[in-house]
Design a binder for this molecule. Sequence first.
Ligand code: AKG
Length: 261
Amino acid sequence: MIKEYEENGYLVLEGFVGESELQKLREVAVQFHQSWKQGSARLYNEGAVNSAYLTAKKHLKDSERELLFKFIGSVKLMGVVSSIMGGRPAFMNTQLFFDPVNEGQRSYWHRDPQYHMSIDEQKQSLLGPNVVHFRVPLVDEPGVELVPGTHRRWDSGEELDVRLEQNGRKNYEDLSSGVNVKLNAGDLLVFDAGMIHRGIYGMGRLSLDILFCDSVPKLVKFVDDSCLPNSDMLTKLEDASAFSRAVEIKFRNRFMEAKSV
Ligand SMILES: O=C(O)CCC(=O)C(=O)O
């Protein structure tokens, strides 16, 4: 499993979540999505394909948040997270992927960090630290297209032109190096956020994506306090370590910042 992930930058574990747990996750995700759509109607109507911060208090009740925290902090999920990422993964955020309102909207190739990093920084980031997606489709979906190996190698000329829309190319054009990974409800797709990828829209998709990162301040600073469980909730989790690390590193960051003022 690890060897395959190391080589390709992604891995699928079929049927990872059983039907009864999946049903509960789906109910919570649908609840979140309805509420999010009401509050973000403009964003939704203007082309959004994902929302985030599912574990915050804004759209869900504590009992619904608890269900998400328990899934994320389960021995089963954390076992996979730790084997892929090594000893010290930290929780980063959650996202929900859905179809755009406009059926003609095209999906786009990207590396996640390209929106806040220069080209040189993007090249440097191939050496780590890592951010990894753990995506659970809540209904069968067309999946994701990935370019294997690009979590560790830089773009070919064609990939760079398409991804950055250079030399007359567009980021929705097909890439010959892309691999189509179709997913069924309950599968777990693990993939490196830095690799070249794009979603495939359709089938009324609803996909829960949990992001974990290596425990370094420059990544953990993106974690939103409101998305973390309180101390009472932490004690209810089978494996709270990824949340505890995020809390600790954020606390330490704040302490260092306060000291340096
Ligand atoms: O499913 C999608 O629309 C895109 C997925 C993606 O880009 C991501 O998870 O970073």
